[in-house]
Design a protein around this ligand. Sequence first.
Ligand code: PLP
Length: 420
Amino acid sequence: MHRFAYRNGVLHAEDASLEAIASEVGTPFYCYSEATLREHLRAFEEAFAGLDVLIAYSVKANPNLAVIRVLASEGAGADVVSGGELRRALAAGVPAQKIVFSGVGKTREEMALALEEGIYQFNIESGPELDTLNEIAGSRGARAPIAVRINPDIAAGGHEKISTGRAADKFGVAWTRARELYVRAARMAGVEIKGVDIHIGSQISDLAPFRAAFEKVADVVKDLRTDGISIERIDIGGGLGISYGEGRDAPLTDDYAALIREIIAPLGVKIVVEPGRAIVGEAGVLVTRVLYDKENEWRRFLVLDAGMNDLIRPALYGSFHAFAPVRGPIDGASPVVVDIVGPVCESSDVFAKERALPVMRAGDLGVFMTAGAYGAALASQYNSRPLIPEVMVRGGRWAIIRKRPTFEQTIAAEPLPDWL
Ligand code: PLP
């Protein structure tokens, strides 16, 4: 559920008109509904009620400070994958003791920072990484709390590029090799084994791979306990899919939680869950303006002022985003079939092909729905297009939560060598 709906024929975010925001902020821009963010987090909390759980919002899905701040104010922790995300989570008010640090390539500096801040858990993805953390923590007389990320060799995820739990993926430690790594870690002075971690992919629209992965984790935990290794936490990662309005249903948070109650909870552990998309995806839209309604011999194109640099999911993953006019379609008006494209000089700058839409003309506003996750987070300045603003709405109020940089600000970071 989300809080974007038409009122008097104009699409609103909560009680704020997207048309009114667009006229002040200019297009394109991302707009988030604060109430939707809170409601999604609460849905997770309710689904897990009665379990000892840390909901560590996966910052990579949308790292905006205000977004993290809203979720932190609801009690969420954070799952981070870089020093930058760690700093953001802390700056937004997430307590270090609710932060887990994932990722295959943590640098020594990032490890030192996380140790200094006293984070909850490092998710270790290889033997060499374990050795490095042991050395850094040991040299400070500290013990780093760790979980080893198990690679269960299970295919999952809405696209080949977002599947992370197959044996050939770069992530985690093969589940068949995990035991020996734990035995090694148990002898290290600079680390303290806390748990087991897993994350098998993103936009997973079927519970079966979760079940298979959780069963493997449960087996690993039982084996480790037989070896005398105490496991007090299981981090089950993120990955729960959402519906993008393409006619495919997503699993319900309640059914996902029921699976965890069935397989993970009986192990008597603290459960860490790292949802990203399921929290922020539906809470955001990308607002854009039609630049041209262009027709050639074969096709009709709607050329927008938003491009693949602003929202890369369709070009990168072939993802579907529903597109709708901000001024509601007139009932009974017959649709036209168009390709929705951006202005970037790449033939892959296509948001949708042969989409039936109400007639839209140059100057009309439109929105891509369900753009809160991996939208702004993956944006770039390709074609020297500045990063677009982000806006948050609360009721009828709204605020810019990331400014559009000026040209001067952009080039200020590019000093010319003194010989030019
Ligand atoms: N945790 C880890 C380690 C991830 O890599 C990701 C993203 O792939 C997530 C959590 C969040 O995944 P999602 O946004 O699909 O919930």
